[in-house]
Design a protein around this ligand. Structure first.
Ligand SMILES: Cc1ncc(COP(=O)(O)O)c(C=O)c1O
Length: 431
């Protein structure tokens, strides 16, 4: 056993993982990860959907190195730091209309907490509505608005004042063949939740525009427009959690742009700085003004190196047109996966936007989740040198979320390895 793996066993807390993948990663570039033995893996998971502009993107690394030579930390809310100012200005340019003021933190959960707090301060209201199957992070507030006991177990009871509405998960809804009706009904249900499960003191509704950990659930196109009508009726803010779906991943800079509505607060992390730890929430100035002295801060938040890396990352995305590239490559990958679906009853659903793709595996026509098969498939792909994720509320969704710079040849390779792995795990057809 390698020294690193042994030290993990002895000294790193990993009890929350079924197992840590037995690879010791040494270096990475683009969509390729290389282990300490020199073996290369094609990365279709991007370190949980983070390195959108590719591993060790040279422009991002150069910007970070240049910043490191000048300043690593100064406490970016106690003093002014140029990379923070420049990145905030850039965020104002790329965020949905009117969202021009940003707070920078370090990770997704921290940004979620800050956004929730800001929504309460601005509205003077205290409750939240979130979605079934959602995931918003591991801190207590973020878990309180997470709609999945798989993530919440052994941590309750959670914060009061959170009510949950059904996820717009067409594939497992009553309206599998009519996504528009699914969108309408799930949005309508939010009104019912306000009436019957809150005290009409709701500060905000929070949702992932494409649900990541829940199993790459893409809401029907009409969903958020219908939701917005309900929210406006009750004066409820809309917080879009784009921690996973943001930064070109879905074929737009932010996934909510696909749905024709503008959130009140946008939460981002993961792909924001191509691997450097950084998160943000961005709001309209009048909402941001609800913070008064003493209300918020983060020692490391707005780290100058992470902010410089992020600015280079976003400039790269814009210049290389990564959103379009993600959409085109994603459409290509999904068309190939749908071909495979025709011959494989194990593939229940292929869905996604851009390069945020989920393949839901089912055992039969009742959609019995094929979770063990999904894990076996991931392990078989790993043996063939391709990294994918497995997730979803039932653990039966294979996740393809590669760096957006992945080439078509690399996609072809990943899908041929997926097809071979599918053969390995395919059960005799039970339908
Ligand atoms: C949608 C969403 N929100 C929040 C988080 C939490 O982010 P972090 O792990 O950086 O705290 C995640 C992480 O997977 C996520 O997918």
């Amino acid at each position: 056993m390698s020294d690193t793996i042994q030290k993990y066993k002895d000294y790193v807390m990993t009890g929350f993982m079924k197992s840590v993948t037995p690879i010791v990663v040494d270096h990475a570039s683009g969509a390729i990860v290389t282990d300490v033995n020199g073996r290369e893996y094609l990365d279709c998971f991007s370190g949980i959907s983070v390195v959108n502009a590719g591993h060790n993107n040279p422009e991002v690394i150069a910007a970070a190195k240049a910043q490191m030579d000048k300043l690593v930390h100064c406490a970016s809310y106690v003093y002014h730091a140029q990379p923070v100012a420049d990145l905030a200005e850039k965020m104002a340019q790329i965020a949905p209309r009117g969202l021009t003021k940003t707070f920078f933190g370090n990770g997704g959960a921290e940004a979620i907490e800050g956004a929730l707090k800001l929504a309460r301060l601005f509205t003077g209201k205290h409750e939240f509505i979130a979605l079934h199957a959602s995931f918003h992070g591991r801190s207590w507030g973020a878990l309180s608005i997470t709609g999945n006991w798989g993530r919440k177990k052994r941590g309750g009871p959670y914060a009061p004042g959170v009510a949950f509405a059904p996820a717009p998960y067409s594939y497992r809804s009553l309206w599998r063949d009519d996504p528009e009706e699914c969108g309408r009904q799930c949005a309508r249900a939010i009104g019912e939740v306000v009436r019957f499960a809150t005290s009409n003191d709701v500060a905000a509704f929070i949702a992932e525009p494409v649900m990541g950990e829940g199993g790459i659930i893409v809401p029907p196109p009409n969903y958020f427009k219908e939701v917005k009508k309900v929210l406006d009726q009750y004066g409820i803010l809309f917080i879009a959690d784009e921690v996973q779906s943001g930064f070109a991943r879905t074929g737009k800079m932010f996934a909510i742009e696909h749905f024709g509505v503008v959130p009140d607060i946008l939460v981002t992390a993961k792909g924001i700085a191509d691997g450097f730890p950084l998160s943000a929430f961005t709001a309209r100035p009048e909402i941001a003004a609800a913070y008064k002295p003493g209300d918020h801060l983060s020692t490391f938040g707005g780290n100058p190196v992470s902010c410089a890396a992020s600015l280079a990352n976003i400039r790269y995305m814009e210049r290389e047109n990564l959103p379009t590239r993600a959409r085109e490559t994603g459409d290509y990958a999904m068309s190939k996966l749908r071909e495979l679906q025709k011959q494989n009853p194990l593939i229940g659903d292929v869905r996604g936007l851009g390069l945020m793709i989920g393949v839901e595996l089912v055992k039969d026509e009742k959609l019995t989740p094929a979770a063990a098969e999904a894990e076996t498939l991931r392990d078989a792909m790993l043996r063939q040198g391709v990294l994918v994720g497995v997730g979803g509320i039932y653990g039966n969704v294979v996740r393809f979320q590669p760096p957006l710079v992945i080439t078509r040849q690399q996609i072809d390779h990943a899908i041929s390895v997926f097809a071979a792995a599918l053969q390995e795990v395919a059960q005799p057809a039970t339908v």
